[in-house]
Design a protein around this ligand. Structure first.
Ligand code: 8Y4
Length: 273
C-alpha cells in the first residue's frame, strides 16, 4: 500500500505533496513501482497536527482519487475517520476505507461501510491523534491491542460488515512508546490469531528514528525497509509505505528466502531457477 499524502502540513512530506497534480503523479509512480493499493489521506494525524475541516479534507482528497481512478484499476483506500469524506470518496471511485479510529469517531461510518459493501481497515489507537503520545500506558500491550481489535471486528460484524471485508492493524506509533511498538512488532503472530488479514504501517515513523538515534524522517529509509521485511516475515499481509519501489524489492527477496523459491513461481525448487 503506497501512501499518497495530500496534506501541506504532513510531517515527512511537509510542503511537498499538497497540490493534487503532485499527489496524482506520486500515485501513478507508486503503481508502476508495484503498489497494489494506494492510500489517499487529506488530514495529518501526527501528534500536534491541526485538525482539518470537512470541506478542506474533501477539497484535498476528492480530485486525487478521481484522477487516480480515471487512470488506473488499482484499489484505492481513503484514509479518513469521517463518514462524509468516506462517502464522497467512494462516490468518486475509492474502494476501501482506512479508519484510524476503527469505526469509533464517527457513529455513521459503520453503516456506510456495511451499505457500500467495501473493505474496512480497523486500526488500534490509544487516545486521539493530538494527544496520543503524551503518556501511553498499557498493562500488556499485545493482549490489549489484540482484544481491542477482536472487539472492533465483532462490532463491525454486528453493524453488517462481513468478516471477509475486515483488515486489522495494531496502529504502530498511535499512542505507543518505542517499547510498545517493538512488543507489537515482535508478536504479530498473536494479532494473526484474531483471524483477519493484518496491515502494518512502520514507514519512516518516529520509533525508527529512536532506534537510529533521532534521525529525521528523511534518514529512515533503511530502518523502514528492515521493519517492513521483519513485519512481512512475521505474517503482515499489507505494508503501508512511502517508499514503494524499495519496499517491494526488499520484501521480494525476503519472501523468496522464506518460501525457498520465487513468489510467482511454481514447481520443484531443485530444478527451477
Ligand atoms: C513520516 C510521515 C513518518 C508520516 C511518519 C508518518 C497508519 C495509518 C498513518 C498506520 C493505518 C504516519 C493514516 C502516520 N499511519 N493508517 N495512517 N496504519 N491503517 N506517519 O500505521 O504515516 S499516518
Amino acid at each position: 500500500m503506497g501512501i499518497v499524502n495530500v496534506t501541506p502540513d504532513s510531517f515527512y512530506d511537509g510542503g511537498k505533496r499538497f497540490d493534487s497534480a503532485r499527489a496524482v503523479a506520486d500515485g501513478f509512480k507508486m503503481i508502476e513501482s508495484g503498489a497494489e493499493i494506494l492510500d489517499i489521506g487529506g488530514e495529518s494525524t501526527r501528534p500536534g497536527a491541526q485538525p482539518v475541516s470537512l470541506a478542506e479534507e474533501l477539497r484535498r482528497v476528492l480530485p486525487v482519487i478521481r484522477e487516480l481512478r480515471r487512470g488506473s484499476g488499482v484499489p484505492i483506500s481513503v484514509d479518513t475517520y469521517k463518514e462524509a469524506v468516506a462517502r464522497a470518496a467512494l462516490d468518486v471511485g475509492a474502494d476501501i476505507v482506512n479508519d484510524i479510529s476503527a469505526l469509533r469517531f464517527d457513529p455513521a461510518m459503520a453503516a456506510l461501510v456495511a451499505r457500500e459493501g467495501v473493505p474496512i481497515i480497523l486500526m488500534h489507537m490509544q487516545g486521539e491523534p493530538r494527544t496520543m503520545q503524551r503518556e501511553p500506558y498499557y498493562g500488556d500491550v499485545v493482549r490489549e491491542v489484540r482484544e481491542f481489535l477482536a472487539e472492533r471486528v465483532r462490532s463491525a460484524n454486528q453493524a453488517g460488515i462481513g468478516q471477509e471485508r475486515i483488515i486489522i492493524d495494531p496502529g504502530i506509533g498511535f499512542g505507543k512508546t518505542l517499547a510498545h511498538n517493538l512488543a507489537l512488532l515482535k508478536n504479530l503472530q498473536s494479532l494473526k490469531s484474531v483471524g483477519q488479514p493484518l496491515l502494518i504501517g512502520v514507514s519512516r515513523k518516529a520509533f525508527i528514528g529512536k532506534i537510529l538515534n533521532a534521525a529525521g524522517p528523511e534518514e529512515r529509509l533503511e530502518g523502514s525497509l528492515a521493519a517492513a521485511v521483519a513485519a512481512a516475515l512475521s505474517g503482515a499481509n499489507i505494508l503501508r509505505v512511502h517508499d514503494v519501489s524499495e519496499t517491494v524489492r526488499a520484501v521480494r527477496v525476503a519472501d523468496a528466502i522464506r518460501l525457498g523459491r520465487l513468489l510467482d513461481q511454481v514447481g520443484d525448487n531443485e530444478t527451477a531457477g
